[in-house]
Design a protein around this ligand. Structure first.
Ligand code: EPZ
Length: 424
């Protein structure tokens, strides 16, 4: 198993380009199952999750050809509509084939995703939404089995105790494109990834309005054709590089950034003393002085994203003063707390809130990645820490950050990928 070995204390400087967004690409690739004819998706990141989605689409009868950062997808054999446990347990986002399969083929069988390192991950809202469109939904041998001859448009409320649901909105919106009549999704997720999916669906011939707001309206059509679509830049990767510049007191030009997708993050970075200015096709981020503490609460978009909470915690552990972080989307998403503490961070958790006492001088140690964003936080902390940090189980980070060590190295980090066994 690979690990990352980081010798901290180097200021990052130079230019880095952000990849296409994984979390936009996964539902968009799944939505290709709705089309008659081929689709081409551009600016796909080279990630394990994208590869898993390609394998799932092939299993579901699509011909998928990948070249550099593009992929073409065309359904050739619609006879298998089963996403089995082996696939879904590796990648929870496989759930986003449920709506497209049901709408296009009249049946979908998708293994019920379990919980994961970031806590409970129910799919009740996805299922309620599809039932409202007229599907029957059953649980058979651990699989969700959804059936409908033709879906019917309906008014659907997708709000839950923790806000709306991003992939649930993707599933219901995708399914409704082929329903008979009009669907209105209330309390829809407003995330840029949902808007990107809507743009793709529109290019395929769907009739959707209101995406990016809590009310999305979809007029069903009889069929959709393939389309070409470029994925939006990954706002979470961009935010991670911004924090990398801040935590190392460096200066990075980060290209391919939609700053309008990152307003809450930029606001917090500026509050703690990191300089962020728009520059060319991206942003220039630098930090020359001591950082200040702040408080932040994760929220649905356009609030501060849960997917940057762990990385910002690493930053706040070296900031001057006491910070407060409250996690409102996944209240148990704190696996990184114990690992950051191993590097010398002073963090106290009370339920969904943590207090970060700073500044702490981080000191390298072996640590364990538990999930994608937690591992990014550990890498960031390692960049700032004295001595050597070894981040084990980096397959987590490979799920969401393309060639992370090469890109950090190119801007001055001392970071190597090694086989854990070589270190024994
Ligand atoms: C997406 O997950 C992202 N994944 C997550 O990113 C991200 O953390 C999350 O949205 C929130 O922004 C992908 O896009 C592939 P949700 P998703 O449904 O859609 C509750 C990463 O690190 N809920 O919006 O599965 C849920 O428990 C990943 O890249 C229900 O109660 O998240 C949570 O509290 C991790 N019932 C809240 O809603 C449901 O049916 C939001 O979850 C569905 C969700």
């Amino acid at each position: 198993m690979d690990c990352l070995v980081i010798k901290g204390g180097h200021r990052l400087s130079g230019t880095v380009r952000v990849c296409g967004a994984k979390n936009a690409a996964l539902p968009i690739m799944a939505a290709s199952l709705l089309a008659d004819g081929p689709s081409v998706i551009d600016d796909l990141p080279q990630l394990q999750d994208i590869q898993s989605q390609i394998e799932l689409l092939r299993l579901l009868g699509a011909e998928v050809n990948r070249s550099a950062d593009s992929v073409s997808i065309e359904v050739k054999d619609p006879s298998n509509s089963h996403a089995p446990y082996d696939v879904v347990r590796k990648m929870r986002a496989s759930i986003c084939v449920l709506g497209p399969l049901l709408a296009r083929r009249g049946v979908a069988r998708v293994s019920m995703p379990g919980g994961c390192a970031i806590g409970d991950r129910p799919v009740d809202l996805h299922l309620r939404g599809l039932e409202a469109l007229g599907a029957s939904v059953d649980l058979e041998n651990g699989d969700i089995v959804a059936r409908a001859k033709r879906l019917r448009g309906a008014a659907i409320f997708l709000g839950g105790n923790f806000g709306s649901t991003v992939l649930g909105t993707a599933n219901v919106m995708s399914a409704a494109t082929l329903a008979k009549g009009t669907t209105v999704i209330e309390s829809a997720a407003c995330e840029p990834e949902v808007v990107d999916l809507a743009n793709y669906l529109r290019a395929m011939g769907a009739k959707i309005t209101g995406d990016g707001t809590p009310r999305i309206t979809i007029e069903g059509v009889d069929s959709l054709h393939g389309a070409r679509h470029r994925i939006i830049p990954d706002r979470i990767e961009a935010g991670t590089f911004m924090i990398a510049a801040g935590i190392t007191h460096g200066e990075l030009q980060i290209d391919n950034v939609r700053i309008d997708h990152l307003m809450a993050v930029v606001d917090k970075l500026r509050t703690v003393g990191v300089l962020v200015v728009e520059s060319g096709a991206g942003v220039r981020v630098s930090s020359q002085r001591n950082l200040r503490a702040t408080s932040l609460t994760t929220q649905p978009y356009p609030g501060f994203p849960t997917d940057l909470q762990a990385q910002f915690m690493a930053l706040l552990s070296v900031a001057d003063g006491n910070s407060i972080i409250t996690e409102k989307i996944f209240p148990d998403r704190f696996m990184h707390v114990a690992e950051l503490s191993r590097l010398g961070a002073s963090i106290h958790r009370e339920g969904p809130t943590v207090i970060v006492e700073g500044p702490r001088h981080l000191i390298g140690a072996p640590v364990m990645a538990s999930d994608l964003r937690a591992s990014a936080a550990l890498v960031l902390a390692g960049l700032a820490a004295k001595d050597t940090t070894t981040v084990n189980r980096v397959y987590h980070i490979d799920r969401g950050y393309e060639k992370i060590e090469q890109r950090l190295k190119a801007v001055g980090a001392d970071i190597e990928r090694m086989d854990e066994k070589e270190l024994d």
